[in-house]
Structures are given as structure tokens and as C-alpha cells.
Design a protein around this ligand. Sequence first.
Ligand code: AHR
Length: 604
Amino acid sequence: MTIDFTQNGPKVSPLMYGLMIEDISHSIDGGLYAELIRNRALKDDGNKPVYWDAYPSSSFASIAVDTRQPVPNTALTSSLRLDASSAGGGIANEGYWGIPVAPSTKYRASFYAKSDGKYSAPLTVSIQSNDGAATFATATVAGVTGDWKKYTVTLTTDKSAPKSQNNKFVIAAGASGALWFTQVSLFPPTFHDRPNGTRVDLMKHLDAIHPAFLRMPGGNYLEGNTIAERFDWKKTIGPIEQRPGHQDPWGYRSNDGFGLMEYLEWCDDLKMEPLLAVFAGFALGHEHVSTAAEVQPYVQDALDEIEYLIGGPDTQWGAERVKDGHPKPFSLHYVEIGNEDFFDNSGSYEVRYAAFHDAIKAKYPQLLLIATRSDVKSRKPDVIDDHYYQSARSFEADWRHYDKSDRTAPKVFVGEYASQEGVPTPNLKAALGDAAFMAGFERNADVVQIASYAPLLVNVNPGASQWGTNLIGFDALNSYVSPAYYTQQLFSLYHGDTVVPATVEHGGALSYVVSKVSKMGVVYVKVVNPMASPITTTITLNGAKSIATKGSAIVLTSANDTDTNTISEPKKVVPVTSPLKSVGKTFQYTFAGNSLTVLTLSVK
Ligand code: AHR
């Protein structure tokens, strides 16, 4: 391998690399959004109170969905009617595949409740094991009347409470009678203690990647199956009682408790910049608009949305953002127009893209616009979003894909990619396929400006997932990161601001990229060896003036490329760091079989 310090390659964008999120496989509801109650507003099924049970059994209570008792002036149009036939009868929620419990932990429970006006006993709120044998935390609520009112209590587990998830949340009546409940909510401690916040373990995994941006909110989730089911951002902001929720194209209902502002607060929490995808008049089921007049309302919605993110307090939607608790405008460079419009074979994207392009550029000339297909003719998009879901071997074979790009064409955002090896999360083979392809992104940083893996999160419970290979797995209590997660992390943490030209022998077996942090003289050499056997190479640092003899090597490998991490074995494949002791102008290094290696050198 020869690294040529006499020349500079392209500059690497400071926004390389980021995350992509949409609510698929319970990534958000039943995942990152820390809400533990499933079907909290009783809208998941109009006929049945799904995920709810009569407590302790139907001998003590009956329950039903009721739409005739809406909470006044809110979007809470459904409730759960409880007819308790005796004291102790109540309602129980099973959560998203269980309610997690940890010792010495505070849970914030809240709900709207009313009675038939005759009921006067207190309610007992608790978290119990599913078999009813153990109660981990209890609180009492008194004073429920015939009028809707919100009640909030804290449930605290003691230090003997076992870490567990086969649990339920219960509200039991103190006497017989009729009661109604809605917006029943239970939050564990959240990341940065946000009241309507995110799950701590998942946020820590994401934070450790040091992502620079978040492409949100999709994906197909942005589009919806129909235009009516799109991510209609204006219905996802403000008090959560006012958010109606909507049908998610991935087969479940989103309560929209995690709405536009919550995505943006997530960006704040991890110091990411939002990459805002705006609905562009095309839904997943191919319903679309095609004339400039028809597209206009969606263009206006996008302008309003951008104003919500970056407008001053004197603008209509900037003022709304201030009202929603975020006076400071967000930093925004990229706006994406739609998602995967290459599936629209009607030709309407030409008209739709042009309308968005003209309106956004007129008001916000500083923004870079991303098109989702490469054949837009009447306008030149700043960036094209490329998506790849392939085998690891095809990524490795095509790792020089962007070497061939036309340098005068729009820049590239690889908005979704993943080697499809391993279910529900990728194995080492996938991690190496991704790494080979990503080396090609970074080598061509003048073409590929930014990139984000997809999908990001998966609830690993049976029936919870709609996609095969996903970066991070979790259940109600535990989470783990895949080998491919480490590829994302290593690329994100170990890249410089400028590519350094390099060549490698070994018959094309190795994929690689070298970059440097110019001011500090730190050089990162990333090499993928997807072969089972190790490869020894001589590394020559051509044109280097001074070289520190010490460096380090981080190696991601395992005995077999099918090795992976799971809930029960979360650390089977992890990167290992070791010192390099005899770096020189020329030195030898052996790249392990089935490995991604990051060498960190000090070169001036
Ligand atoms: O990442 C899963 C889906 O794949 C995305 O929603 C869509 O954009 C792509 O087809």
C-alpha cells in the first residue's frame, strides 16, 4: 500500500456521516420513544381495546372502546370504558411486548379519567408481573368525577425489584362502577430527562456513533400509503392531546407523540443537524398530484415546515416553534423533496420537483435541495439521493462505484444503504460489505457528500419487525449493537477532513480509504479485508516529512463472517484496539481475515 502525502484528495464534508430514521419495525413507537403504554389513546382498533385486558379477569370487569365520550377540545376522541363489577376490577396494558422494570426507578404515569358521576372510590395504579404474583410499584389516585381530568402519579420501584419485562401496567377501581380512561401513559427515566422523551440505552448507542445529521422522518413513513396517511407535520406538533395520530405504512398506528419537534429535540440531544425530508405529493401506494396547482398546497406546507425549523420569532411558524419551547432556530443545510420518487412512473416528479425547487430556492437560497431521482431535467438538483440494499459481495465488488461518477453532475447523498446479511440485525459479513462500499464514498468525497445507513432500529420481538436487516436491535428491556453498527461508528469517528491518495496491490482484494485531519497531522487508514485469510502488506508513506513511530490499530473481526451479536450474546463481535509500535516511512502490517481495520498514524 502506498499513501501519497505529496497530493491532496477531495475534502470530506463535516456532515459525513449521519443517521436515517423512520417509524419502521417499532423504531419509534415501541422503540426510541420512551412511552411504555401501547394503544394509549385507544385508536389502534376502532372495535376492540387491543393491547388492553380486563383486570384481574373478565369476572371482575369488562372493557370496551368508546367513542361517545371524547375529551372536550382535544384529539382524544376514543376512550376505554371500564365496568368494574366489584372492587379491584380494572384495566391492564401489556405494553410493547412487556413493560420493563428496573430496581430503584421512578416511572411517571398519567391518564385522563372520568366516571359516570356516581363512582367515588380511589384508583390504584401499579406495575405488576404478568402472572400477578409480584407488584413492583403502586400509587393511589383519588377524586375522579364525572368530568374528564388529567391525573399524574409517580411509581417508584424499590431496590429489590428484578430487571424484568414480563410485566403489565394496571389501573384498578376501588369499588364497582363505570369509568373511562384515555391517553394512558407511562414513562421511565428518559435521555436528558425530557418529559416526552427517548429511551436512554438506545440514545447512548446512537450518541456513540457521533452522527452529524439525522435524515427524518423517512423513508416510506414520510409518504404514507395514501396522501391522507402521509407524515402531516402540522398534526404532530403542540400538546400531545391535540395530536390525532395516523396510520403508519409499516402496518401499525403511530400516536404521533413523537412528532416533528421530538425529532428535532433528538437532533439537539445528539448534536446532529436535521436533514429535513418534506412530503412531495406522492404516496407509497402511487397516489399523487401532477399539476403545479395540485402540488401548491404541499409546497406551502414544506415552506411552512422549513419556517418552523429556521424562521425567526416574528414569522408565523417560527413563532409556533418558540411556543413549542424552542426559541433557537435549528441549523439546516439540506432539504429532501420526497422519497424514492423513482417509483413514480407517471412522470409527475418533474413538475413536483420544479415547484418545490423554485419556491424553496426563492425564499431560502442557502438551502441545498435533494432530489430522489436522477432524471430531473428542468432544474438541476444540488444533490441526488441514492439507495442501495444489496449483498455484501456486491458492495465489495462495486466499491469503486463512485470513482466513475461525472464530476459535473449533482452531488450524491447515499440516503439509505445496507448489506442484506443477517436478520434481524447484520452480521460481520454485512459489516465488511458496508465498510467496503463506504470506503468508496469517502474516497469520492467530492461526489458523495453525506451518507446514512437504513433502517436504524428494530424491535426484535416476533412480529414486531417489517424489515430484514437493521442496525441496532432491542426488546422492552435490552438492546445491542450489530457488527455493522461498529462499521458506522468507526467510519464516523475516524475520518479526516481531506482524502489522501493511496494505492494498494493484492489483486483488488482490499478496499480502502486514507484521510487526514490536516491541522493535526492525524491520518486514518481504513482497510477492509473480506477474504478469510490474512493479507500482509508493506505500507509506504510517500512524501511524509515526520512520522511518529507509535500509532494504533482498531480491528473489527471474528472467527467467521457469519458471526453476529444478539440480545443474549451482545458482545460476540466488537472492535479491538491495540498499539502499533514500529511505524516508519515503510512498515509491514497484516490485515486479519474478515476484518475492517482502522490504523491511526501521526504524520506531518
Ligand atoms: O429503509 C426501509 C425502506 O426502504 C424505506 O422506507 C424506503 O425509502 C426504502 O424503500
